[in-house]
Structure formats: structure tokens, C-alpha cells
Design a binder for this molecule. Structure first.
Ligand SMILES: *Cc1c(COP(=O)(O)O)cnc(C)c1O
Length: 363
């Protein structure tokens, strides 16, 4: 199998170390949801812990259980609950739970043993988290459950919109007001957390006592105006495959569905066995960059489900030559950011969507 996502675990460890140093070495959580942003949850989690992360963060309890099954004993927080059906398993495996509502709190408080909870307030993003109106009642109920030994309020948290510094600072202020309510209740959570990668690097006011690093662990930048290199980060994933076949074709040869590309002159077409089923965005048709033998080419025509074509002109490209779609641009290959730009999306989506036919190889 030549479809390969090569994951540099040393880069993940170093990225976590770099992010920790840049954000003041306070307690940090490495976010490994969505299979470690496509890099593999378990290996990424281990590498992040190696780099000094104190906590692991995931969206779902199932994702947390996968880490526990692998023998990872570090503290884990899971925050996106569709139902309360998996709360008993989380409690048994000592997985801290994000709590956004009284309904969730009551379901968790009824279980033994008492588990760590992180009360979430919505400071403006409009996703989960108690509204400022519901917050005092949630905090009061949690305080009562904690006094009775039914839960441990380990954290209070929220999430930013990244809608600009002014909006973020407004959320910081709402968060501070929510913390006043907590302080008045007598609850003393050890972890107060608001910042993900972006704010942990650029908004010191949002750091509180823990920061949550997601995209930065994998060496990608959350900013449009700063590259991985600018932040001292190394992209951990390299997506590559090998040329499946080549052939000489005459001028005017149509290429791929819809003939959105035609050869200008006699040329060599190289067939690349990766398509949108593997996570290569179809919306990057005609634009996505690849590197073959040190030369960068653009996708010719439409990206199909399993394959796309490169017009390599008269270059000596042969079956079996390695084709790199993205990796660490310091090594001369395109970046995930270039694919994001070509596809009209963000680097998060490029790495997270890599499909199941692509083998992960760890180095
Ligand atoms: C995904 C996520 C993060 C990580 O965000 P990055 O921008 O990738 O650092 C942090 N907190 C929450 C609640 C998240 O959902």
C-alpha cells in the first residue's frame, strides 16, 4: 500500500514543548479528538505527554475510552455528550466530563465513584455551555453535589470564537464574571481554562490556569498571518503516495471528469492514486500542489474519488516515484496550508479528513 500518512511523533513532542514555553509553562492539555486530528489518537497522545502535556482532551467519551483502552493513565477531559448513556463508563474509567447543563450534572452526580467535572459556561460562541442566565443555578447545584461527595468540580471552562481580539476579550470578561459566581459558591476548581492554540499564543489574558493545545500539537498554525515556521512548529504529517502509471499523450488530450484540463502539447501524464475518498479535497481540483522528485506540480483537472492526474511535461517521472502532497515545507514539499488555500478551507480540515485507505506510519 503506497498511500501513506507519515507521522513524526518527535515533532508532536517538540511542538507541545514549544507551545508550553510560548504560553508560560502553565498546565496544558493536548487535544487529540477526531483521531488526533487525523494523526492517530493514541500515538499522538503519547507523544504529547512526552512533550510535557499534563492533560488530554477529546470531544466524545468513546474517544476517551480508546485512550484508556490503550493504557494511557493521564487525566482526560471529554466534553461533547450526545446522551448520558456513556457516563457510567466514563466514571468507571476516571474520565473527567465537561458539564454544560443541570440535566448532565444530575446524571453524573447519581453515579459512583464521584468523577471530576469541568463546568462549562457559554461566553459567546453559542455552542455548548450554560448561558449566563443558567450559570448560577448550575454552579450552586454542582457546589452542593461536591459538598456531598458526589462530584469533584475540577475545572471551569469555556471556548473562544476566534472572531477577533475585541470579541475574544469580550468573552474573557464574561468568563471572569462567571468565575466570580464560582468563587462566591465556595467551589475552588484547580483548572480554569479558556484558550485553545490561538489564544494561548496571542491572548495572554485568556490563559488562566490551563491552556488547551489542538492544532499546534500537530505543527500547524491556527493563524492566517503566521506559518508553522513562524511559530517554531513542525508539521507532523506528511501525505504521500507513489505514481501509479505514466503515459505520453498528444496535444489536446482531455484529463479527468468534465475535461477541465486539456494538454497543451505532447506531454507525460502521471496518475496519482489518492482521491477525495482519501481526503484530498475535490475543491482543490486544478490547483492542489504536489512534489515529485523535488519539483512542484499542480493537479491537472478534476480530483476523482480515488485518483488524480499530474501533467509533468517532459520531466523524467516514472511509475513508483514518490508523490508528496504535503508535509513540512522546510523540506521543500507543499504545506497543508497550501492545500487549504487551494480548497477554500482551513488546515485543520485538510489533516482531519485523511481517509481510512491511507496507512499511518509512525517515525
Ligand atoms: C478542538 C478544541 C480545542 C483545540 O483547538 P485548536 O484550535 O485546535 O487548538 C480546544 N478546546 C475545545 C473545546 C475544542 O473543541
Amino acid at each position: 500500500m503506497s498511500r501513506l500518512a507519515t507521522i513524526d511523533l518527535g515533532a508532536i513532542s517538540r511542538n507541545v514543548e514549544t507551545l508550553r514555553a510560548a504560553s508560560g509553562r502553565i498546565t496544558s492539555m493536548a487535544v487529540v479528538k477526531a483521531d488526533g486530528y487525523g494523526h492517530g489518537a493514541v500515538p499522538s497522545a503519547r507523544a504529547a505527554l512526552e512533550g510535557g502535556a499534563d492533560w488530554l482532551g477529546v470531544a466524545t467519551i468513546e474517544e476517551a475510552l480508546e485512550l484508556r483502552e490503550a493504557g494511557i493513565e493521564a487525566p482526560i477531559l471529554a466534553w461533547l455528550h450526545e446522551t448520558d448513556a456513556t457516563f457510567p463508563l466514563a466514571v468507571l474509567r476516571d474520565i473527567d466530563l465537561g458539564v454544560s447543563s443541570l440535566v448532565q450534572l444530575e446524571a453524573i452526580a447519581s453515579l459512583t465513584p464521584a468523577v471530576g467535572i469541568h463546568l462549562k459556561v457559554d461566553t459567546g460562541l453559542g455552542r455548548s455551555g450554560a448561558t449566563p442566565e443558567d450559570w448560577p443555578a448550575l454552579v450552586a447545584a454542582a457546589a452542593a453535589h461536591e459538598r456531598a461527595g458526589r462530584v469533584r468540580v475540577r475545572g471551569v471552562w469555556s471556548h473562544l470564537s476566534n472572531a477577533g481580539e475585541e470579541a475574544d476579550l469580550e468573552q474573557v470578561a464574561r468568563f471572569a464574571a462567571a468565575l466570580d459566581v464560582v468563587a462566591a459558591s465556595g467551589v475552588e476548581p484547580e483548572l480554569v481554562h479558556l484558550a485553545a492554540t490561538a489564544a494561548s499564543l496571542r491572548l495572554p489574558e485568556a490563559r488562566f490556569t490551563m491552556v488547551r493545545f489542538g492544532i499546534g500539537c500537530y505543527g500547524l498554525s491556527p493563524f492566517g498571518d503566521a506559518t508553522s515556521h513562524d511559530l517554531g512548529l513542525t508539521p507532523a504529517m506528511t501525505l504521500s503516495t507513489t505514481v501509479a502509471s505514466t503515459k505520453r499523450v498528444p496535444p489536446g488530450q482531455g484529463v479527468s471528469y468534465g475535461f477541465r484540463y486539456r494538454t497543451a502539447g505532447e506531454t507525460t501524464l502521471a496518475l496519482v492514486p489518492l482521491g477525495y475518498a482519501d481526503g484530498v479535497p475535490r475543491s482543490a481540483s486544478g490547483r492542489g500542489p504536489v512534489s515529485i522528485n523535488g519539483v512542484t506540480y499542480r493537479v491537472a483537472g478534476t480530483i476523482a474519488m480515488d485518483q488524480f492526474v499530474i501533467d509533468v511535461g517532459d520531466d523524467a517521472v516514472a511509475t513508483g516515484d514518490r508523490v508528496t502532497l504535503f508535509g513540512d515545507p522546510a523540506t521543500g514539499v507543499p504545506s497543508a496550508d497550501e492545500w487549504a488555500l487551494a480548497a477554500g478551507t482551513i488546515n485543520y480540515e485538510i489533516v482531519t479528513r485523511i481517509g481510512q485507505r491511507v496507512r499511518r506510519e509512525y517515525v
